[in-house]
Design a protein around this ligand. Structure first.
Ligand code: BYC
Length: 332
């Protein structure tokens, strides 16, 4: 967007010029132009982006924990290498997203402090335990599958840096989803014990995966405004429906069943009917009372404290390098 570029803050836009800035912003959004970091934007747009992107970034780095739980116990070197690459990808996704929030004037330190203090959320899904190796497959197939369904539309988000980060993230998530499917297929077609392990994992991860799309539309506090701003392109329920419709034939191909007796094709609506998500469980997990909330946040805080010396060393090295290049510049 160029029309309002240079009007970089709400304060600058306050007063007589604000209406013009807002009109230019609204016109840019309506015309499907991208809003870029130096463009004027409403404070509430900035705040909602920081909220959503921070929650997304936190999900990526907390999401490393349940998967990393299986790195040492992966059943072959090939599976171990794949899982390590996947967990490393999640860290990278976190970095893209924290960098994108920095373009809105909110640094990573501030966001991490809020996460550690319990003032910002991460996806409910990562408060469930990974009990068996099959859970690594179920996370790939269902959790990454749900993430892709939710995140592909975000590649068209009105805020440029977020949209561009999502393009790369979605490409990588697509590999993740396929490795999960392939892992589950190998188990499903293996011994009866392996098949049962795969089915048990799908039984436990199915409903929490449906919760990843957020509360039902009628209870979604932010949807209307985020849709008007073209941050969100589809509602929580629309994406949840899309995910169910994608998963049903994939479950058949896997030879596994989805744990929902109400799941059936509805010719009239051209999609599957499915049972009701237990929203009381979702709310309990959001309030910190899921099976692993405590464990995840404790581990995250510990990792942050243990990593303090690395951050200090990197900052000292950067300062030394900068001083060195200043000296060279003076000498030249
Ligand atoms: N978990 O008004 P609503 C991944 C909150 S992981 C926790 O509908 P919105 C991956 C919501 O924040 C997936 N909280 O909100 C990583 C709000 O609370 P606040 C991460 C949830 O924002 C590693 C309240 O409920 N992906 O990719 O319009 C390995 C009301 O909700 C959840 C993203 O974050 C939840 N499930 O819509 C594998 C995608 N759902 O903030 C995979 C980006 C809702 O007012 N985010 N809440 O305190 C989004 O697309 C949207 O933020 C959501 C929610 C669809 C999630």
């Amino acid at each position: 967007m160029t029309a309002v570029a240079g009007g970089t803050s709400a304060a600058e836009g306050a007063g007589s010029g604000e209406d013009a800035f807002l009109a230019a912003f609204d016109a840019a959004v309506a015309a499907e132009e991208r809003i870029e970091p130096r463009d004027w934007m409403p404070d509430a747009y900035r705040a909602t982006l920081v909220r959503q992107m921070a929650q997304h970034a936190h999900s990526e780095i907390i999401g490393m924990q349940p998967e990393a739980n299986w790195i040492t116990r992966a059943p072959s070197l090939r599976r171990k290498a794949i899982l390590m690459a996947k967990v490393q990808d999640e860290a990278g996704h976190g970095l893209y997203l924290y960098s994108a929030t920095e373009t809105l004037g909110t640094g990573r330190d501030e966001l991490l402090d809020k996460l550690h203090a319990g003032r910002q959320k991460y996806s409910s899904i990562f408060n469930y335990p990974t009990l068996t190796w099959a859970d690594v497959g179920a996370i790939g197939w269902l959790v990454d599958g749900a993430a892709i369904t939710n995140q592909v539309p975000l590649c068209r988000c009105s805020y440029g840096p977020y949209a561009r980060a999502m393009i790369r993230i979605c490409k990588e998530e697509s590999f993740h989803q396929r490795q999960g499917f392939e892992l589950l297929l190998a188990l499903s077609e293996g011994t009866p014990e392996q098949h049962a392990m795969a089915q048990d994992a799908v039984d436990r991860w199915w409903w929490p995966s449906l919760m990843m799309f957020g509360p039902p539309d009628g209870e979604s506090a932010h949807s209307a405004q985020s849709t008007a701003w073209k941050i969100k392109r589809f509602s929580n329920d629309e994406l949840r429906q899309r995910f169910v419709d994608i998963c049903v034939p994939q479950a058949e191909a896997l030879g596994l069943t989805l744990p929902d007796p109400d799941l059936r094709w509805n010719e009239e609506k051209g999609g599957h009917d499915f049972g009701t998500v237990d929203w009381s469980e979702f709310q309990a997990v959001l309030k910190g009372n899921g099976p692993c909330n405590e464990e995840r946040i404790t581990q995250r805080r510990r990792a942050h404290e243990d990593g303090a010396w690395v951050r200090d060393a990197a900052a000292a090295y950067a300062a030394k390098q900068a001083a060195g290049s200043d000296e060279k510049a003076v000498a030249a």
